[in-house]
Design a protein around this ligand. Structure first.
Ligand code: SF4
Ligand code: ZN
Ligand code: ZN
Length: 317
């Protein structure tokens, strides 16, 4: 079989990138991940010189890679790693250890925020009372708030998370299946604004395939968590992931095309009227924010009395 040459340096290629048509050797592939990430950060003005950046680090391949790249290339910024402890026994402990180790190696401060402390519930705790909602729906609502609280308390200007192209597409499809038109139009996979606290939420990997980040982390020899969360299969996200992977197998590059299409939907003109939650004071679309509604729901286990109307928690998965 003919071995293709790397389009950058002529060495034997080890990877073909379908959406760009490039054959790349290992070294040029690693460099390409740096380049795409740095271009994305520049293009969408994600991080400015001197800003304090909180990075969500779960200990998985994506977040470990993001922490590494930010620590390597953003010496003029203070980088802080934050790990969210959802309280999932037999799963989260390893991620915390890995995150802690890499943060130490990179000389980056590492802070842990736990659901138990913030919301008085762990994800293990809610199994009996979560009703028809998947753990991931509730966990997603809590994680966003936990990271926002961390960024605010640590006086950061930027909150970076390692969402990759696959994560973003899955979110688009979840919004589609939920018919959440408003969020579909306002969902910006690059930069989300949390104007109330002046924190910019950025996703420097949103144009990179999950598969490529896994290859990057392995080529770099990072230690990362491979065990999956025991509650992962509860949500629709896993099914959408499988569906998109099958589609990509048959039509290489289609995920990249889908991302471009979805991004054209985004309109900056549509702004959600800002108001603040009457209970906790955080920005909210309604009088009571999604986090407080979730906690109220769990406290009273109202779900059982509600007769199944699915509006209570909104459409986040
Ligand atoms: Fe939370 Fe679901 Fe992720 Fe588990 S898989 S950590 S429950 S969002
Ligand atoms: Zn090369
Ligand atoms: Zn609230």
């Amino acid at each position: 079989m003919e071995v293709k040459e790397c389009v950058k340096c002529g060495k034997p290629a080890f990877y073909y990138r379908p959406y760009s048509g490039e054959y790349l050797c290992k070294g040029c592939f690693v460099t390409s991940i740096y380049d795409i990430t740095l271009q994305t950060i520049r293009k969408y003005e994600m991080i400015k010189y001197g800003e304090r950046v909180v990075v969500g680090v779960s200990g998985g391949k994506d977040s470990v890679s993001l922490l590494y790249i930010l620590a390597k290339f953003f010496k003029g910024n203070e980088i802080i790693a934050v790990t969210v402890d959802e309280g999932i026994k037999g799963y989260r402990e390893e991620g915390i250890q890995i995150a802690s180790k890499i943060a130490q190696q990179l000389n980056v401060k590492h802070v842990i925020y736990s659901y138990k402390q913030l919301f008085n519930y762990t994800i293990d705790d809610i199994q009996e009372i979560k009703g028809k909602y998947s753990s991931c729906t509730i966990c997603g609502i809590f994680r966003r708030r936990a990271l926002d609280v961390a960024a605010k308390e640590l006086n950061a200007q930027v909150l970076a998370t390692a969402h990759n192209l696959d994560d973003v597409l899955q979110t688009y499809f979840i919004l589609l299946t939920n018919g959440d038109i408003e969020r579909l139009k306002t969902f910006n996979p690059a930069v989300e604004k949390s104007e109330a606290f002046g924190i910019r939420k950025v996703h420097p990997f949103f144009r990179i395939y999950e598969k490529e980040l896994a290859m990057f982390a392995m080529l770099k020899g990072f230690d990362f968590q491979t065990v999956v969360c025991p509650y992962m299969a509860q949500g629709i996200r896993s099914e959408i992931r499988e569906f998109l992977n099958k589609l990509e197998e048959k039509h290489p590059g289609i995920k990249y095309q889908l991302l471009s299409t979805f991004m054209q939907l985004y309109s900056e003109r549509i702004k959600v009227e800002g108001q603040f939650c009457k209970k906790c004071g955080w920005p909210s679309k309604g009088e009571i924010c999604q986090v407080c509604r979730t906690i109220d729901f769990l406290n009273s286990n109202k779900y059982k009395l509600m007769g199944g109307k699915d509006e209570f928690l909104g459409s986040n998965q």
